[in-house]
Design a protein around this ligand. Structure first.
Ligand code: 6PG
Length: 242
C-alpha cells in the first residue's frame, strides 16, 4: 500500500518528522532490522536520531541499502557518514551494526552480505525481510545503487546469494554494493525521504505514474510484502510539482 506523501516545509522539518516516526516505531523493546541509505539526505535524519542516545538501542539492528566500494574511513563511505552523524553518538551494540564492507572485493562482499541477510532476517516468498528500509532518490531517479538502465536489479534474485549485487555509478564509474529491488520491495515499511527541487520532476512522474516514469528505478519500488507500506517523506521543494 502506498500512503499519501508527507510533505514538510523544509529538509530539517522533514528529518524531524521522520525521526519522530522512527522513534515511535523502533523503541518498543522489540528487535527491529532497518536498512539505511547513504548520500546527503540522511545526515539531518541521523543527527536528529542521535539526540535519542538515552534510549535503549540494544534491539536495533542496522544495515545498509548500499555502499560505495571504498574504505570505511573514505569521504564517500556511507558507513563513515552514518558513523559520524549517528553511530558515534548512540549506544547501539557493535554486533548490531552490519556494515557493508566497501573495502572488500565487490562481488565477494555482495555475496557475503546476501548470506548475512539470509542468516539473520525473517523471510517472505524466500526473500529476507527488513522491518524498515530508508531510501533516497537521485536527481536521475536512481535509488539504492540501482541506476537508470540497470532495472535488472529488480529481477527476482536467482538464489539466497543473489539478494545483494554489485553496480557501477554511471558517471563516476565508482563500484557499489547494493540491495536488489525485490529485497527492498519485500520490506515491511519502505520509506523514501527526498528533498530538493532538482528531484521534483521525478517525484511527480513517479507519484502520478506519468508515462515514461518507468525508466526511473525509484518508480519500481513497490510495497510487495503482504502487509507492506510505501511512504514518501518530501520537503516542499521536492513536492513542488505535485
Ligand atoms: C548512495 C545512496 C543513494 C542516495 C541517492 C540520493 O549511496 O548515494 O544510497 O541511493 O540515496 O543518491 O542521494 P542524496 O541524499 O545525496 O540526494
Amino acid at each position: 500500500m502506498t500512503e499519501n506523501p508527507l510533505i514538510y516545509d523544509t529538509p530539517a522539518a522533514m528529518a524531524a518528522g521522520l525521526a519522530s516516526r522512527l522513534v515511535a516505531d523502533l523503541f518498543d523493546g522489540r528487535p527491529h532490522h532497518i536498512a539505511v541509505s547513504g548520500g546527503s539526505t540522511p545526515r539531518a535524519l541521523f543527527q536528529a536520531l542521535a539526540k535519542e542516545a538515552h534510549r535503549d538501542w540494544s534491539h536495533i539492528h542496522l544495515y545498509w541499502v548500499d555502499e560505495r566500494c571504498v574504505a570505511p574511513d573514505h569521504a564517500d563511505s556511507n558507513y563513515r557518514m552514518t558513523h559520524e552523524t549517528l553511530l558515534a553518538h548512540v549506544p547501539i551494540p557493535e554486533t548490531n551494526v552490519h556494515r557493508m564492507r566497501g573495502e572488500a572485493e565487490p562481488e565477494l562482499e555482495a555475496r557475503r552480505y546476501s548470506y548475512l541477510l539470509d542468516e539473520i532476517l525473517p523471510k517472505v516468498a524466500g526473500l529476507p525481510v527488513f522491518d524498515f528500509v530508508l531510501l533516497g532518490m537521485g536527481a536521475d531517479g536512481h535509488t539504492a545503487s540501482i541506476f537508470p538502465g540497470n532495472l535488472g536489479l529488480f529481477d527476482m534474485p536467482a538464489d539466497v546469494a543473489d539478494t545483494c549485487r554489485t553496480a557501477v555509478h554511471p558517471e563516476s564509474g565508482q563500484r557499489r554494493v547494493t540491495l536488489t529491488g525485490q529485497v527492498i520491495n519485500h520490506s515491511q515499511v519502505i520509506i523514501f525521504h527526498v528533498t530538493g527541487a532538482d528531484k521534483a520532476d521525478k517525484v511527480k512522474g513517479i507519484l502520478t505514474r506519468q508515462p515514461g516514469a518507468e525508466v526511473y528505478p525509484a518508480a519500481h519500488v513497490q510495497a510487495a510484502h503482504p502487509e507492506g507500506k510505501l511512504i514518501w517523506y518530501l520537503d516542499q521543494a521536492a513536492a513542488s510539482q505535485l
